[in-house]
Design a protein around this ligand. Sequence first.
Ligand SMILES: *Cc1c(COP(=O)(O)O)cnc(C)c1O
Length: 368
Amino acid sequence: MRALARIDDGAITRNCTRLTEALGPAALCAVVKADGYGHGMVESARAAHAGGASLLAVATATEATALRDAEIDGVLVMGALSPAELVEAAAARAEVVVWDLDYLPTIARVARQSGTRIGVHVKFDSGMGRLGARDPMVVHELAERISGDAHLSLAGAMTHFATADERGDDHFPTQLRRFTEVVEQLKQTYPALIAHAANSAAVLRDPASHFDMARCGVAIYGLDPFGVDPALVGLEPALRLSSYVAAVKALDSGDSVGYGRTWIAEAPTSIAVLPIGYGDGVRRGLSDNGEVLIGGRRYPLVGTVSMDNVTVDLGPEPVVAAGEEAVLIGAQGSERILCEMLAKRLDTINYEVTCGVGVRVPREHLSA
Ligand SMILES: *Cc1c(COP(=O)(O)O)cnc(C)c1O
């Protein structure tokens, strides 16, 4: 296969079990937006359920519809929804989020017109500076109006942390304190309300952030929320990206490889060509700046990453033959390439690495 993403659904299940144990009595909401961070949304959702997740979260109404079409229930759409998208979310029987008093009547109208009761979570902006009401009084007012509307039900109260992955910073405790105050007041009137704040990093960083439920994305896929190494926090990467050696060729000293001739052989060597490129999500920033595993050994990517091919320096006496598997993300033998390592090279985060695996790459799921 020229490019293949193999996803170990069992790893997603085990990561969810690990998080469920860390959460104790608090529930796990598995975040499967953006096609399950590139892992496949529906399969990830099923694997997360098997690992104890009780709710699923997505960002858009279209994603909620896709889960509904797969007959998967219990979905929260976290993102902003236009009125048309609200209609779609309601049809998918998803729960939605509100932070604006002026928008609440639109949600109530959609619920009335679609003949459904929409579960609504009130969002407090405790310091992310993105979606959410800044003023606690607005949060209380929203809760009151939702609980007084026959077409709506008050499902939860939420916030989102800006710096949970920066262990030891002082903004996280500030957000936590602000949200805790709001929740304590809300619970006096609505004791059944589900309070949720933690993302993956927060779950592992501070049990005080767990409340009634946590929304974990990156960790369920076995990516380290702190960007170092998932093994350090007991997580197992689920995604492996591979290609194969389509050709091996000898180069003389002075021969160049790829667009722009960015790499020139300093001595006679051999090059392997792998038929995978930035069109598949192997970022061009890895040009002369990456590694692949072949036959359990690590080799440097040389030359420019092109849309459909990359080139690898095998050295003067190659032990690699055409047809062998090449691994760009994941383990082979005792070697491994972590998304966290690629993220560091690319000056980005592991999230973007897996989300970037292209639609051209078929996903093969290993079920648990
Ligand atoms: C994406 C998202 C999450 C999941 O965050 P991770 O860091 O991947 O665990 C949680 N909450 C909200 C609001 C999100 O948008």
